[in-house]
Write a protein that binds this ligand. Structure first.
Ligand SMILES: [Zn+2]
Length: 593
């Protein structure tokens, strides 16, 4: 007797092969048959016309803290994800440095709050920190029930802080002994089943105290010394986010890329790096591609983590950023509840005063706000050509004619005034979408080119992070709505999109037991109504520990999501089942094939 048979769905199996109508049978957590199935089953779902896909594999999340208080991995569970990877970009919550626990915890929280925009108070209240070493952290996560499967990477910054203490925060160079000790910490974690090591080298990442992140200037010796922790292991990946010293000048690019390449070579394992069209620096992504192509031709396994849409910021009076936060006239009313604040902004005298003022500097010592924010605010009239209203049924690829710059020109106002009037309306909940990267041409054509690249991996959703500015955990759903169904031209084939969301990422991680709908593999599945599929409107909720605030964005059209044959959500409602597990990479049970 089968546990579940899904009948007559359009099976998109994840390999890229043409979709076909078939039945799929599940027993004991595995797919046991694909074809025409007549045998008895405990549950039968007839789904003619619905897409049946493998569960999606999200390579790039920041649930390191949330995983300790949220069993369901919201919002990823609403977007078809069944396996996710945390510990990206060099930040995370283990190991803890020796000495007073309060200090160790406070340093890690300041790092995560600054780099990933997760409220520090929520982390302080929500994360239990009943571990010291990385393997103990893994054990703690494993003890807690979860809806989805997850894997962890060892993040560089906490490792550096645990080994070097204050010297790590002061960005001092690691000694040979430091490097050896860091390598031992990383090796211990990999042997316990961590799926990789991550590091971050970007000037836009600051701790909540405004310091550059501890490992952001790590030397060649340090990076390659740690990467040798993979020696002799047959599992594991490396993840790097770097801006390749863009702000210090393009002549720094090759030397920075050399570091990444040397790390990959020293590890002998696949490495993926963030791939964005930056702004300024709109040509850098092509330089990254040509260096990657050259390295791949020499036999290195380098992959490019690509977003499926612009990396943007959602702007609103209650979000982390909006154009008026630096104006003295706004600061006077910033403490008011939202609706009252909007009302105060509608007073004519206040409006006139604010529009005549200058924004005060926001970045600098003691704040996590990167200098980029001031740079952008100073150029608001220009960048408003890339700011769009974000209404119900959000549209992430809007033409410049829909921008606030264009709207302002139509009525003979400045863009700042147009934005002001928009935010001051009603209850103040209006949102603006500001695509920061990947939108230099005013369209997603560059993203299209990236997604076609043979080295591309879909990533960069940053689920669980930047909770006050984005909600790109919906990237999986957007891939299917926008790129497969809705975009007027330059769409992607359904089979290709599903392959990028499932099998391609599973293979990269070395997870051979999932990512494809085939006999003998795990029954991680999504059943999707293609007509109803849509991304919801992002909205602010206060459901983090200590009442912390985040953007939440759900989806419509996921009829069901199964993890190991167990339904974790049905038609948008999360079930009580918690079949998700910590997947320990490189250990027989984790990847059987
Ligand atoms: Zn990240």
């Amino acid at each position: 007797m089968h546990d579940l048979v899904i009948e007559r769905a359009t099976v998109v199996d994840g390999t890229g092969a043409p979709a076909r109508a078939a039945d799929v049978a599940v027993r004991d957590g595995l797919i046991v048959e694909v074809g025409r199935i007549t045998g008895a089953a405990r549950e039968r779902i007839s789904a003619p016309g619905a897409w049946l896909t493998p569960g999606f594999v999200d390579l790039h999340t920041h649930y390191d803290g949330q995983a300790t208080w949220d069993e369901t991995f919201s919002p990823s569970i609403h977007h078809g994800v069944t396996t996710l990877v945390m510990g990206n970009c060099g930040v995370g919550f283990a190991p803890l440095k020796p000495g007073p626990k309060a200090t160790a915890v406070a340093d890690l929280i300041a790092l995560m709050e600054g780099v990933e925009d997760i409220p520090g108070v929520a982390l302080a209240e929500g994360v239990r920190f009943d571990w010291q070493t990385f393997p103990q952290y893994m054990d703690a996560l494993e003890r807690m029930p979860h809806s989805l499967d997850f894997l962890v990477q060892v993040p560089h910054d906490p490792v550096r802080m645990a080994v070097m203490g204050e010297r790590a925060l002061a960005q001092q160079a690691a000694t040979a002994e430091d490097i050896q000790a860091m390598r031992a910490v990383v090796r211990e974690a990999l042997q316990a089943g961590a799926v990789g090591f991550s590091t971050g080298r970007t000037d836009n990442h600051r701790t909540a105290r405004g310091q550059e992140t501890p490992a952001s200037e790590a030397s060649m010796d340090e990076l390659t010394g740690i990467a040798r922790a993979f020696e002799g292991l047959s599992h594991g990946v490396l993840q790097v986010v770097s801006d390749f010293d863009l702000m210090r000048g393009p002549e720094r690019f090759d030397a920075e890329f050399d570091l990444v390449e040397a790390m990959a070579r020293a590890s002998g394992r696949p490495l993926s790096m963030t791939w964005l069209q930056r702004d300024p620096g709109g040509e850098q992504w092509k330089a990254i591609r040509s260096r990657v192509d050259r390295a791949v031709a020499q036999g290195l396994s380098l992959q490019l983590q690509s977003a499926v849409r612009a990396i943007g910021v959602i702007i609103g009076l209650d979000a982390s950023f909006h154009p008026f936060m630096g104006f003295p006239g706004y600061k006077e009313v910033a403490h008011l509840p939202l609706a009252e604040r909007a009302a105060a902004l509608r007073e004519t005298a206040r409006k006139q005063r604010i529009l005549a003022e200058k924004s005060e500097r926001l970045s600098g010592d003691g704040t996590p706000i990167p200098p980029l924010v001031d740079l952008l605010l100073a150029r608001i009239e220009l960048i408003a050509g890339r700011m769009f209203p974000l209404a119900d049924a959000p549209v992430y690829e809007q033409p410049v004619t829909a921008s606030f710059a264009a709207r302002a020109r139509m009525r003979g106002a400045t863009a700042l005034e147009a934005l002001y009037d928009y935010f001051a309306q009603g209850d103040g909940t209006q949102l603006v979408y500001f695509p920061l990267f990947n939108y230099n041409e005013g369209s997603l054509d560059t993203v299209r080119e990236m997604l076609e690249d043979p080295q591309a991996l879909v990533g960069l959703g940053d689920a669980g992070a930047h909770v006050g500015t984005v909600c790109d955990a919906s990237a999986t759903t957007f891939m299917l709505t926008h790129w497969v169904r809705d975009r007027p031209q330059g769409r992607l084939a359904l089979e290709k999109a599903v392959h990028l969301l499932s099998a391609r990422n599973a293979q990269y991680l070395g997870l051979h037991d999932r990512g494809v709908i085939a006999r003998g593999l795990r029954a991680d599945l999504n059943l999707i109504d293609p007509a109803r599929l849509s991304v919801g409107t992002p909205h602010i909720v206060r459901d983090l520990p200590a009442g912390g605030r985040r953007f939440l964005q759900k989806a419509e059209g996921y009829l069901g999501t199964w993890v190991g044959g167990v339904a974790v959500q049905r038609d948008g409602a999360i079930t009580a089942a918690r079949p998700g597990r910590l997947v320990r990479a490189g250990q027989a049970a984790a990847s059987s094939a």
